[in-house]
Write a protein that binds this ligand. Sequence first.
Ligand code: GDP
Ligand code: MN
Length: 383
Amino acid sequence: MDLYEYQGKQLFKRFGIPVSEGRVATTPAEARAAAEEIGGPVVVKAQVLTGGRGKAGGIKLADDPVDAEEKAKQILGLDIRGHVVRTLWIESAADIEKEYYLSITFDRGVKKALLMFTTQGGVEIEEVAENDPDALVRLHVDPLEGFQPWQARRLIYGAGVEDPSEQKQIASIVEKLYKAFVEFDAMLCEINPLIVTPDGEVKALDSKFTVDDNALFRHPDISEMRDTAAADPLEAFAREKGVTYVKLDGDVGICGNGAGLSMSTVDVVAHVGGKPANFCDLGGGGNAQGVVDALEVITHDPQVKSIFFNVFGGITRGDEVARGILEALDRLDMSEYPIVVRLDGTNAEEGRKILAEAGKPNIYPEATMLDGAKRAVELAAAR
Ligand code: GDP
Ligand code: MN
């Protein structure tokens, strides 16, 4: 889950990483009021889940509250690479003397967190890595040893920061950022730029914070930060139901068990000339309730014309899936949907028998994945 800049800064603040004072605003009038409260010149910053906002015109300095209102008008509604600006962060403007860069990511190759630091901040870090790789200091943190103070010193001296006061402030920020990274199960914590003001104060001017979705259950406060309005409503509904679901553009609803089989099902439907409406994975458990939830999500998509169930039972049992399908037919109004069912593996025969005995006119059993896909595509085309 990606956090907005202002949300990331809230977390920075909790850990004692210096940030500027600011307020959220969603209208030009609110921006003006925020600027009045903050006092002095402010920066009006688009809150969108993409970088490079500055270059796209999403970040503007404002001298006074009236100017802030004007700048807010210009930025609200702006489309930054497909992200429409609905929220602004109004922040006390900082004077910038130097722009540095600091980040922590996950280096999966070596199974360690990776610290990166350079005094050439403010620009895309990929650019620094390409044009001046020596300027970018990289250092791994062993998860068992944890962060060690010498590592911060190594970053600072390696990048050539000479001012002792800067050194001290940066070392403290690195340590706090690492704490935040571990504490919040982050996958990325990035400060670009980390600035030095003319008074010699070091602070985070921007924030990029990504939390591992799989750890969100441990962080209900962060879960709540999710901007459900910005997400696809159907995907938000799926998340609520705990269904692994990705909306696609076609009309054949797909439901498999396991990511691999579900993806193959998407491919096979496309292979026989159909258009998958979604990717949906029942997962390993695949109990009856899971099937009902998945069907509820799939049928929320108005584009869906037929549904293809492709289940290979392992831990998932065919009889359980069959019961789930029948339960869904009872509970949801699904009579308009032809449902093609291919069951194989554990208890498949039992499952097929349960479906046959139920005698539902809109259930179409098929023996193979290919035949099932063909049938589902035909049935979608016929509607
Ligand atoms: P990004 O473009 O999405 O990475 O957004 P940033 O928050 O990094 O801002 C982009 C640039 O705007 C920064 O590199 C600064 O040059 C400028 N900027 C942002 N905040 C301030 C500020 O408080 N004062 C000044 N002078 N410039 C700022
Ligand atoms: Mn930035």
